[in-house]
Design a protein around this ligand. Structure first.
Ligand code: GLN
Length: 486
């Protein structure tokens, strides 16, 4: 086995025992990147000098008798939506071309403090708006399983990097499915934590009531290791929750006997590719064999998730993205301008791509006087009904199961001109963000030689339970061990 083929857990064992050094591991990753990045295009920026320095630091700690945490020396790739001090952070947008943040996002700092060498910044849909990474202003990332297909999005670079062996763990962000859907399409595991579980400080805001940072990795155990680093209250994020953080790795007992799972009817029916549905049903059968009780549940308000999301997310985005005005940082037009409004208009017209401009217009419309009640307020009310459907389902179910994505990865360009189809790619994941609950995607089979992802949703702050369920499945199956050939 090559070093880049090992899971983070396996790397951690070898690093702790002294079998390999952090510098060797990091070098192995850059060699792998050197050989396959040209085909996959997962990264926007590589930070080899920074990574090597961090790796040598970890080796020094260990040589000096220190016992750093289990991930010390295990490299990490960072989605370009997270601020990295002194290192370019573009959000996949021309608007932030060349922007070097003066501070680290809390999640980035936590990875640094844990001794995880930073490999680089990964490609993404501009400002995390999209489901295929095709909305990046810089490059098209390819799915390592089939280079003519998309890796999903918006964290497509992070997912493709892990799937291609170019990072053992990557950070992503998830507003409507942007960790889980690319994880599913690339055949890896990805977790969207409960809203408030992980700090959003330094995460460039898309829709603040929906955004969460989380890990993408080869398996659930690696997600648990990463969550031990990422989770917890942060004084710099007032919405981060002061809720005890369990040891997520210790929670992976392999025992799911007697747990009750619901399968929401609304997420298994119309719009789900029949072959994907069959694969999910087979996975559900596996959970039954593991001793879980399975039952169909009805959650009628879930049918409204997509329209509700596409009012709330653009409304919040329109407000958040108002800060890109060409005054303090980011792109500024070089055209002659007649006044400050002209400066804003030209700067924003040049800096933002078409999808982002569309979202800003939609959001501004939904919030404008006379329409606020009809759209934004109404959407908030229906959001509450969706949350209530989840509350009711979790009264007698520990977890809920459904597909992560209605289809396997589609072709590059295939849906680029069909905004509705593109948005439907997140139809199974969006309800989770609206309710603020945690959800995990794990690989559970192949259709058309492409990976299928199963979504496991849980009660607020019960990441440990959904990872226990996902890990139990991975102990019994080997879909998570399959790798694309590159
Ligand atoms: N596809 C959804 C959107 O474009 C979700 C993206 C995300 O989770 N960041 O808004």
């Amino acid at each position: 086995m090559k070093l880049y083929e090992l899971t983070a857990y396996e790397l951690s064992e070898r690093l702790t025992s002294g079998e390999v050094s952090a510098a060797e591991v990091t070098e192995a990753y850059f060699e792998r990147i050197e050989s396959v990045e040209e085909k996959v295009a997962a990264y926007l920026e590589l930070t080899q000098d920074v990574a090597m320095e961090q790796a040598r630091q970890v080796d020094d700690w260990r040589a000096g008798g220190e016992q750093p945490g289990p991930l010390a020396g295990v490299p990490v790739a960072i989605k370009d939506v997270l601020c990295t001090r002194g290192i370019r952070t573009t959000c996949g947008s021309k608007m932030l071309k060349g922007f070097r943040p003066p501070y680290d996002a809390t999640t980035v700092r936590r990875c640094r403090d844990a001794g995880m060498p930073m490999l680089g910044k990964t490609n993404m849909d501009e400002f995390a708006m999209g489901s295929s990474t095709e909305n990046s202003a810089y490059k098209v990332t390819r799915n390592p399983w089939d280079l003519d297909r998309v890796p999903g999005g918006s964290s497509g670079g992070s997912a493709a990097a892990v799937a291609a062996g170019m990072a053992p763990i990557a950070l992503g962000s998830d507003t409507g499915g942007s960790i889980r859907q690319p994880a599913a399409l690339c055949g890896i595991s990805g977790l969207k934590p409960t809203y408030g579980r992980v700090s959003r400080y330094g995460l460039v805001a898309y829709a603040s009531s929906l955004d969460q940072v989380g890990p993408l990795a080869r398996d659930v155990r690696d997600c648990a290791l990463a969550m031990n680093v990422l989770a917890g209250r942060d004084q710099y994020d007032a919405t981060s929750a002061d809720v005890d953080v369990p040891d997520y790795v210790a929670a992976l007992t392999g025992d799911v006997e007697g747990l009750r799972a619901g399968v929401p009817k609304e997420l298994m029916g119309e719009g789900i590719d029949p072959a994907v549905r069959t694969t999910i049903e087979a996975a559900i059968g596996q959970f039954e064999e593991l001793g879980m009780a399975i039952e169909e549940v009805e959650m009628p308000n879930l049918d409204h998730s997509l329209p509700v999301y596409y009012v709330i997310a653009p409304a919040e985005a329109a407000s958040n993205l108002a800060r890109y005005d060409g005054v303090r940082y980011g792109h500024r037009t070089e055209e002659d301008v007649s006044d400050v409004y002209d400066l804003f208009a030209k700067t924003r017209g040049e800096g933002f791509g078409p999808e982002v401009r569309l979202r800003i217009m939609l959001g501004t419309f939904a919030l404008s006087a006379g329409y606020y009640d009809a759209y934004y307020l109404k959407a908030q009310k229906v959001r509450t009904l969706i949350k209530q459907d989840f509350d009711a389902a979790f009264e007698d179910h520990d977890v809920l199961l459904c597909p992560t994505s209605p289809t396997v990865a589609f072709g590059i360009g295939e849906k680029a001109d069909d905004p509705l189809q593109m948005k439907l790619a997140h139809v199974c994941t969006i309800p989770v963000n609206l309710a603020g609950i945690p959800a995990l995607s794990i690989p559970c089979g192949m259709v058309d030689a492409m990976p299928v992802g199963l979504q496991i949703m849980g009660r607020p702050f019960e990441e440990a339970t959904i990872m226990r369920v996902g890990d139990a499945y991975q102990r019994a199956t080997d879909y998570h061990r399959q790798r694309p050939e590159l």
